[in-house]
Design a protein around this ligand. Sequence first.
Ligand code: SF4
Length: 148
Amino acid sequence: MYLISRCLLGADCKYNGGNNFCQEAADFRAAHSCFGVCPEAASGLPVPRPPAERTCGRIIDKEGKDVTAEFEKGAEISLLAALQEAQRRGEEIEGAILKANSPSCGSGKIYDGNFDGTLTDGWGCFAAKLRDRGIKVISEKEIKDGKF
Ligand code: SF4
């Protein structure tokens, strides 16, 4: 079973109320056993919500509010839900396709906290939990590279 960011599949769970639909992610889901996740929605954060970025080890929204606890809670809930679903299906979690650069889902590169589109090395809090369990995480930009 693979995990996929729900916003890549067209769910309107993005901070601005929209989505990040990605045809390659949808095609991947059609061909594989997949489970959609949105850690920020799972945390109970509203849609829409202010954008947030990681800075100095915390996650701060554009209005200056520290939302680290909410993001961590959403990541924990999503991880637990994914593990339970994999167990229910009798499958392993083989990997994850998560939205690039997000403070929850980013893998290797995330926005740097200045809200100007600049990237820095780092991981979103949900992606990092998967990585730490040995689960391979790629972004939607890497699907075409055949990494899975
Ligand atoms: S938390 Fe992940 S799945 Fe949810 S909107 Fe943000 S990038 Fe998409």
